[in-house]
Design a protein around this ligand. Structure first.
Ligand code: UDP
Ligand code: LCN
Length: 795
């Protein structure tokens, strides 16, 4: 039977596929259009097909071969009688759109724009028919943005850039002149680095390199740079090549190779040695950004943990590089810019400057959100921060220029708001920009684009998606933690992929939006024992564990709907076998919904109480309020490991999933959602287990089977504990991350120079879009008044 090959177009194959079962398909299509205009997901298409073809054998036959291949790649169908249009994703990153006439099953391939228009008919017909509706097409600039990933696929982006640079610099000698110009431009606070005007051409530089290498061969390897600095300066060389004769010689050899016969490996090698990055700005505006007592507060989770670890690793790598470059007097500076919150709820978020623990030169700088010169006192949700970002960035830019005594060399944004701030600052200062998504909300909420009007009061998604689109297009490079962030999995589009074509009916139709780790020491802690087992009722925990000998299954997260802690509680409640085998410990949120200011959190708190009641879980569950001490959390994971327990991450969708890494790093066998990053962190059945958050019965069975086996074979637990640890050590260390990130920073600074004109044209387009659309949208986001400022006590 025929099957679908990657090279085949769906539009060409579909008529052939329909021929297989024309009679049945005609009936199916008649059913699909029966209810009039609507969108349908794959499951709905299959369910309705089941009604039409009630014989299972027959249905299986229909969905075999080519038709099955096509059908199971459908992401969505839009019914607009007599037509049904489909968006089809035969493999990650590849999309096709077709329109089928239900009367005669004729098929027509359509563009993304036409598909979006077709879909808009359901939500806003006038807009869909408006010939001059705004279409946004960043693809028109064809300026590709490669990616860096943290996992084993690290380096794809950098590989791409070094290949590109290699081809640009190869061939005639003059082709390498841009590199010489770039070297001439390098400096630290006005002091020249690498070369001066004496070596202003490729020929002169090449000759000087030969002479210098011969000279260096006559010196002892560890001769300090200062010993030959003066002669080198006369020849045209400045500081930055290395701290010893040997290091200088290696760097010179690298450059000679690049000039003579460039190849991507020597190119990357050379750039990793260049002194280009000293000062880094990292934006993370929303939430409570602090080093203590902030985790578990609304909207404050993995991003804070990630950035603090990132800063430590980056500073270490910068210090190492600066030493090796022989730049003894240079001090790196990393500044994390966040918002200053006067109502700090006992945290340090009302302090302007705070040194980052474990670093020498890194600080947190807090800049308040201003509303017409009034300082906004209270925390605001990440969905409501847009009105403040522009002013915030202006203030931050002035403060940074002052603090760093000049421009930074690299600006890194985090999450939508931070990426927008980074875009505004990098655009103004002309500095290399990197973006990190953490979690693009678009993939978390179904149909959040087309249904934006319905959701606007709560979420302001148009602001968010436009800001994401602007930032992803303006940035020089994107840092992703897993491949799935970019291209998703076989069944689920990636976060970036979901921004490639979408529509906000009534506002704009984006036809081409976005082209395509580590934890701490061991000591058993009686406070943890108390936290887990004491029967004293207090504000910190609810429920108790009657049978202390049972292993514990543990989960910890912010109490968002998407994190699905209530889902896990329900799976556990329903599964008698699992309840017989293990206890459940959940960390997250607070217990009194009135204490929360977050809409989703309130609903989840209520649900948790209901479930504990409904399934009579007291005696088997311990629900602990959000924890803010990371050190103690480390103990908690280890204590759970001592009970021979496991970690469960049940999220409906998880962008990356730091808790999964933390748990595995403490040797806890881990069961994590197959939706998002964790599916890539864990190799299913080897370093842990994937569970399907939508299928609780199956998930709780997988967990119960594991613990049943552990009862008869204790080696089983050890095996998964060790394999998890191994996986984290191999793939997710901050050292690799910092090394790669700084290489990217250096290489992209040069790439920017080479693509100046293209970049400028695109920047102008982005500015227009930002000004005319984004700024208007932001005006609709409500701003809290002074009276709204009721401080909330700590959990
Ligand atoms: N965390 C915490 N206390 C809590 C809940 C979470 O300290 O009550 C920490 C957790 O250990 C992890 C981070 O917050 O370091 C959550 O990161 P993750 O990537 O899992 O999710 P996010 O909150 O960023 O969506
Ligand atoms: C935000 C999230 O939602 C998590 O998925 C990530 O692990 C975290 O940021 C760190 O990147």
């Amino acid at each position: 039977m025929a099957t679908l090959k990657r090279s085949d177009s769906i539009a060409d194959n579909m008529p052939e596929a329909f021929k297989q079962s024309r009679y049945h398909m005609k009936k199916c299509f008649a059913k699909y259009i029966e209810k009039g205009r609507r969108t349908m997901k794959l499951q709905q298409l299959l369910d309705e097909m089941e009604n039409v073809i009630d014989d299972q054998v027959e249905r299986t036959r229909v969905l075999e071969g080519l038709l099955g291949d096509i059908w199971f790649s459908i992401q969505e169908a839009v019914v607009n009688p007599p037509y049904v249009a489909f968006s089809i994703r035969p493999s990650p990153g590849f999309w096709e759109y077709v329109k089928v006439n239900s009367a005669n099953l004729s098929v027509e391939g359509i563009t993304a724009a036409d598909y979006l228009k077709f879909k808009e008919m359901i939500y806003d017909e006038d807009w869909a028919n408006d010939a001059n509706a705004l279409e946004v097409d960043f693809g028109a600039f064809d300026f590709s943005v490669p990616h860096l990933t943290l996992s084993s696929s690290i380096g794809n982006g950098i590989g791409f850039v070094s290949k590109f640079l290699t081809s640009k610099l190869s061939g005639r000698l003059e082709n390498a002149q841009p590199l010489v110009d770039y070297l001439l431009s390098l400096n630290h606070q006005g002091e020249k680095l690498m070369i001066n005007e004496t070596l202003g051409t490729v020929g002169k530089l090449q000759m000087a390199l030969i002479v210098a290498e011969v000279y260096l061969s006559g010196l002892a390897k560890d001769t300090p740079y200062q010993n030959f600095e003066i002669s080198f300066k006369e020849w045209g060389f400045e500081k930055g090549w290395g701290d010893t004769a040997e290091r200088v010689k290696e760097t010179m050899r690298c450059l000679s190779e690049v000039l003579q016969a460039p190849d991507p490996i020597s190119m990357e090698n050379f750039f990793s040695r260049l002194p280009t990055v000293f000062n880094v700005v990292i934006f993370s505006p929303h939430g409570y950004f602090g080093q203590a007592d902030v985790l578990g507060l609304p909207d404050t989770g993995g991003q804070v943990v990630y950035i603090l670890d990132q800063v430590k690793a980056l500073e270490e790598e910068l210090l190492l590089r600066i030493k090796q470059q022989g730049l003894m007097n240079v001090k790196p500076q990393i500044v994390v810019v966040t918002r200053l919150i006067p109502d700090a709820r006992g945290t340090k978020c009302d302090q302007e400057l705070e040194a980052i623990d474990g670093t020498k030169y890194s600080n947190i700088l807090r800049v308040p959100f201003l509303v017409e010169n009034r300082v906004l006192r209270q925390w605001v949700s990440r969905f409501d921060v847009y009105p403040y970002i522009e002013k915030f960035t202006q203030e931050a830019t002035a403060k940074i220029l002052d603090l760093m005594e000049g421009k930074p060399d690299l600006i890194i944004g985090n999450y939508t708001d931070g990426n927008l701030a980074a875009t505004l600052m990098a655009g103004k200062l002309g500095v290399t920009q990197a973006t990190i998504a953490h979690a693009l909300e678009k993939t978390k909420y179904e149909d959040s684009d087309v249904k934006w009007k319905e959701l606007d009061a709560k979420y302001h998604f148009p602001c968010q998606f436009m800001a994401d689109t602007v930032a992803m297009n303006a940035t020089d490079f994107i840092i992703a933690s897993t491949y799935q962030e970019i291209a998703g999995s076989k069944d689920r589009p990636g976060q970036y992929e979901s921004h490639s074509a979408f529509t906000l009916p009534g506002l704009c139709r984006v036809v081409s939006g976005v082209n395509r780790n580590r934890v701490d020491s061991r000591s058993f802690n009686s406070a943890i024992e108390e936290l887990l087992y004491s029967k004293v009722v207090n504000g910190e925990h609810i429920g108790y564990l009657e049978d202390k000998k049972k292993p514990i299954i543990f989960s910890m997260a912010r109490l968002d709907t998407v994190k699905n802690l209530s889902g896990l509680t329900e799976w556990y409640g329903k599964n008698k076998r699992l309840r017989g085998l293990v206890n459940l410990v959940i960390v997250g949120g607070f217990f009194d919904p009135n204490k929360s200011k977050d809409r989703e959190e309130m609903a989840e708190i209520k649900k948790m109480h209901e479930l504990i009641e409904k399934y009579q879980l007291k005696g088997q569950i311990r629900w602990i309020a959000a924890q803010t001490d990371r050190k103690r959390n480390g103990e908690l994971y280890r204590c759970i490991a001592d009970s021979k327990g496991a970690f469960v991450q049940p999220a409906l969708y998880e962008a990356f999933g730091l808790t999964v890494i933390e748990a595995m790093n403490c040797g806890l066998p881990t069961f994590a959602t197959n939706q998002g990053g964790p599916a890539e962190i864990i190799v299913d059945g080897i370093s842990g287990f994937h569970i399907d958050p939508k299928n609780g019965d199956e998930s709780s069975k997988i967990i119960a089977d594991f613990f049943e086996r552990c009862k008869v074979d204790p080696g089983h637990w050890n095996k998964y504990s060790l394999e998890g640890l191994k996986r984290i050590n191999e793939c997710y260390t901050w050292k690799i991350y910092a090394y790669k990130l700084l290489n990217m920073g250096g290489m992209y600074s040069f790439w920017r120079q080479l693509n100046k004109e293209q970049k400028l044209a695109k920047q102008r387009y982005i500015e227009l879009f930002y000004n005319l659309k984004f700024r208007e949208l932001v005006k609709k986001v409500p701003i809290p008044t002074e009276e709204d400022q009721t401080p909330v006590s700590n959990p």
